[in-house]
Structure formats: structure tokens, C-alpha cells
Design a binder for this molecule. Sequence first.
Ligand code: 13P
Ligand code: SF4
Length: 402
Amino acid sequence: MTTRSRKPFVPITEIEHAAFCKPADELPAKSLAEELAINIRWQKIPPEFLRYSAKELDQRIHDVREKLGSTVTVLGHHYQREEIIKYADFQGDSFLLSQEAATRPEAEYIVFCGVHFMAETACILCAPHQRVILPNITAGCSMADMAPMEDVDDAWDDLQDVLGDKGGIIPVTYMNSIAGIKALCGRNNGAVCTSSNAGKVVEWAFQQGERVLFLPDQHLGRNTGLKLGIPLDKMVVWNPFKPLGGNTREQLINAKMVLWQGHCSVHTRFTVKQIEMARERYPDVTVLVHPECPMETVQAADMNGSTELIRKVINEAPAGSVWAVGTEISLVNRLALNNPDKTVFCLDPVSCPCSTMYRIHPAYLLWVLENLANGEVVNEITVPDDVKRDSLVALERMLELR
Ligand code: 13P
Ligand code: SF4
């Protein structure tokens, strides 16, 4: 058994995420100095970038982008703040953005306004001459951080030990994971999935083996398993801090799915109570949530789907319709703004942005762009060649299923 006691790895916590919950009128970006004043520890950059006002930042970003021309492309994830999205050449979900890099070969530099695992994926999928930059190197993802490589390697060894001669297990990882886990899936007959194709990928994985190890989001794994008709008592959770993930050998042998004990601190805030309150207030409301929400919330909602699906459904909905949305607040606010003929609001009455997405402040964007204009590449994201090769196998398996 390889699971051992190890100094616990402490990812960004709910408390840290909650520190960013604020009244809706306080969401617009302040100067970086004012944002840092609440004692958060983001990447240090030269002090002048902290002092620039929103107007100065805007002017300088426009000037430097003009200078850099098409050698640079700026990508913005749906969860980015408005003050970042306005500079994005392309806006999308994590997977679309990663693919977008390769469609712009003239862009030598991809400035990825999103989080670390997304920039890594862009680096795996882009052309060899392209370099990927993450404006604030501390912009990670708390869910991805809940599955560090050494814990996953240990778990994988344990699972081989218990299940190796009992039909085995196929690893499937959600896009929101480090490149090393995608590579492990590539080397072991597994695949990557996104929230829009998790069902298809898990169904495929069951054609390859008896069981599925789903990483790192237990909620997306459970919601997907239930949709495929796998009963709850055939799904066990793997807690990396306990021997055999907190399971007996028999429980692992009897399981169809082993769910890594990870979660998204943003999406686990959405509750059944909030859904009841929304329905009380708006009897005609349609509740639409992301499948990273807990099972009870997804089952109580009317619909669930990826960020792209949420956007599409609301953008195409009839005028006058009412939507309560369970996903990150920047996207919900943008949907409300772009659909003034509909009522669109966040299920959670408290505005809680994804605190790591939020780390991409315009001052960081300016800092990386001005460095590029001076011939300096800062905050480049790289992936070792062997990890790239094996991750690509897992990504391509997913693509073949689309
Ligand atoms: P998408 O893959 O839908 O972009 O979602 C990313 C994410 O971080 C959801 O929490
Ligand atoms: Fe990670 Fe959740 Fe933020 Fe998405 S919303 S980047 S899963 S912490």
C-alpha cells in the first residue's frame, strides 16, 4: 500500500475563496494596490504597476498591443473579470481556448487569461514555435491543486495492486487537472474529459475496462456516473490522506467508479435551498447549473451543463424568460448584461468570484505585455516533452469521441 502519511498539501481553501465574496457593486476592478491592500499574496510585480489607475492601465494596454500587433494573442476564459475580457481576442471555455491557440499560428505569444491548468493545456496543444504566458503565476485552480502528482501516483499504484488482476481500472481526468495527470491517463489507456463530454468519455472508458478512476472532481464524476445509470453504492470516494483512499479492498473491487476527493470551491456553494428560494421568488424560473455542483443541487435544477452550454442556452432563450444560474459570477453578470430582455441572476445571493481567476488583474496583463514589447518573456508556462507527449494521447482520445 503506497498511500502514506505525508505533510498535508493545503490548497486554496473555501475561506480564501470566501474572502473574495463581496457586494455586487464592489466587483469592478480597483487599482492593483487597492486590491492587494486586503493582504492577499499574489505575484510581486514592479511597484509602478500597482499604482496605475484603470484609465492609465487601459491606455497603456492599448498602446502596447498596437506595438505588438498579431505576434500576440490574448485569450480570456468566461470566468475572467470584465476588465480583462474586453482585451481578449477570443473568449471561450477552457477547452475551446486551448484549441484556439493553434488556429493562430502567426501569434508567437499566447497570453492566457485564465488559470494555470488551462495555460498548460494550451501549451500541449499549440504549435512548437508558440509560447504560452499566464499573466499572474499564482492563478491556479483550487480543484486542480487537490490532486497533486505524488498523491495521484500513490493512488494509482495502490489501485493496480488491488485491482490489477480483477479487471483493472481506467483513469479519466477532467480538463481541470495538472498536465502530469493527463499524461498518466495517456500512458494507461485513459482519457481527458470536459464538463460537456464527460458522459461520452466515461461511457467509452467502461468499454476499455471494468472500472473508472475519475479525477479530480468528485461531483462531476458522481453526476456523470448517475447520468450513465451507475448506482451511488457503486461509487466510492478516494481520500488521498487515508490508506487505500479510506476504502477496503472489497469496496474497491465492488466499485464501478472511484471518485477522487476533489471539488470546486465556487460551485459547491450552490445549494438546493437557493433553488427553492429562486423558485419561490420567480415561479417561472429555469434553474441552470454547472455539473461541478453537488449531486443534490444538480438533481434539483432544471438543467445542467458546461460554461459553453450555459452561455448558448441563455443567449438563445426567448425574451422574457427567467434564469437562475449556478456558476461563476463574472459569467453570470456578463450573461445578464448581454441579455437585457431576459432576467438572469446568480443562484447564490452573495457574489463570490473564483478567487484564482480573479488574480488576473489588468496590471498583470500590462506587465507581461510590456515585457514582451521589451523582448522579455515573463511567466512562461512550459510542459516537459514526455508529459506533453503522453497528455496529448489522452487529449486525442477525447477528441476522437466528439
Ligand atoms: P469550462 O471547462 O466549462 O471552461 O469550466 C472551467 C472551470 O473551471 C469550471 O469551473
Ligand atoms: Fe477551479 Fe472552480 Fe475556479 Fe473553475 S471555478 S478555475 S474549477 S476553482
